[in-house]
Ligand binder design. Structure first.
Ligand code: ZN
Length: 399
């Protein structure tokens, strides 16, 4: 059985891409670019490489549509993958090993080299069928999504080159789903990471001096943890809610102090928060500032990361691309489970410049193994995904 899959050209392409160890950190993307150039040549399509930051290439393969005056469709994927703990893998993580059941094992098999190849294979099928699409298709491969996309999509969306692509709608990564449903993401929470600095009077550890940094730190931690408990209660109380629907708060670091018998002049707590799409950023910041004031004098906040509020992509009749996407999904009898993405993807940068974007990876009946050991994708699911994209791409490009 596995031998059959190895002879399948789409699977062979997928495995070849998986074997390029484009693993964080300090990736050399040369082999990815060379691979994609070969792909573009094979499809007879033009390719451009934009290098906004040295050694961080953005590759765009373009299939011109019949009406090039219309806004185009962007099919995005990232080339990088997260690190591996090789000893915990059954097969080497950059081997693309196919087992007897047709499972393709490799880092990136779900997140998200599968999707990049599926876009290309869908185009190949459409070309073979003699289809010419109405709108232009840009298949984009970006670097460094796994470390925040700062040198990739975040910068690219603000360039003239990107504006020249005239993108009207974008597809990007989603997530596997263990059951029959396909998960679709139309929004993301906003990441806020803050350091709360609590200062006070230093002194000897044997005294009970006033204006104490530790007391202020306790007050701050209590406030954040109370809010965390509140959100956990909301999530636990309604089985329809997923983690993307609530605000998550975690105390991730505490630092300060000099030695055990010295009361420090400063203690700092670091919180990682993901703000639900329903949260008003102004109100949330006001609340944190209020807590700092209540904690006592000399308590300040410093942002390490502060994502802006990015409106969700509308899933209603005001968004013609959604209508087209949904019509194709209905025709394929796909059950869609629409959610807010729990983490962050490059979609947020695309949405932030006003372009509707959906996160979708066609992987149902698949355990969620992104960033995990033994990440795999079933060859059947991978191949079915190509046919799903054939329909979806046709539908959204003909809007
Ligand atoms: Zn990803």
């Amino acid at each position: 059985m596995a031998a059959n899959y190895e002879n399948n050209p789409a699977v062979a392409n997928f495995v070849e891409y998986l074997r390029i160890p484009s693993v964080q950190p300090d990736i050399n993307y040369d082999d990815c670019v060379a691979f994609l150039k070969k792909q573009a040549n094979g499809l007879g399509l033009g390719l451009k490489v934009y290098e906004l930051v040295p050694r961080k290439p953005i590759v765009v393969i373009t299939w011109a549509g019949k009406d090039q005056s219309l806004p185009s469709i962007l099919l995005n994927s990232h080339m990088d993958v997260v690190p591996v703990f090789e000893n915990s893998w059954t097969y080497p993580p950059f081997s693309g090993h196919i087992d007897k059941d047709g499972k393709i094992f490799a880092r990136g098999s779900q997140d998200m080299k599968c999707v990049g190849i599926q876009y290309l294979e869908a185009v190949r099928k459409l070309q073979k069928a003699g289809v010419q699409l109405k709108r232009t298709l840009h298949i984009c491969f970006v670097p460094d999504e796994e470390i925040g996309g700062h040198d990739g999509m975040e910068k690219f969306v603000h360039t003239k080159d990107f504006k020249d692509l005239n993108v009207g709608f974008a597809l990007d990564e989603g997530m596997a789903s263990p059951n029959e449903e396909f998960i679709l993401f139309n929004g993301e929470r906003s990441i806020w990471q803050i350091h709360v600095h609590c200062t006070g009077q230093p002194g000897h550890g044997s005294l009970l001096l006033p204006n104490n940094a530790g007391e202020k730190l306790r007050f701050i931690i209590d406030k954040f943890m109370d809010l965390r408990a509140e959100q956990k209660k909301i999530l636990d109380s309604d089985p329809k809610l997923t983690i993307g629907d609530v605000t998550t708060i975690n105390l991730t670091q505490i630092y300060g102090g000099v030695q055990s018998n010295v009361v420090p002049e400063k203690l700092t707590a670091v919180f990682d928060m993901r703000l639900a799409v329903t949260v008003s950023h102004e109100e949330f910041e006001r609340k944190i500032n209020q807590w700092c004031k209540e904690a006592g004098e000399g308590v300040t906040i410093e942002f390490e990361q502060r994502n802006p509020c990015v409106p969700c992509t509308k899933l209603d009749e005001t968004n013609p691309y959604w209508i087209a996407f949904k019509a194709a999904a209905d025709e394929l009898k796909l059950k869609l489970d629409c959610r807010i993405f729990p983490g962050g993807t490059d979609s947020r940068y695309v949405r932030n410049v006003g372009i509707p974007a959906l996160g979708f990876s066609p992987m149902n009946h698949t355990p969620v193994l992104l960033h995990d050991h033994d990440e795999f994708l079933d060859a059947e699911i991978f191949l079915k995904g190509i046919d799903i994209y054939v329909k979806l791409i046709t539908s959204v490009t003909n809007v």
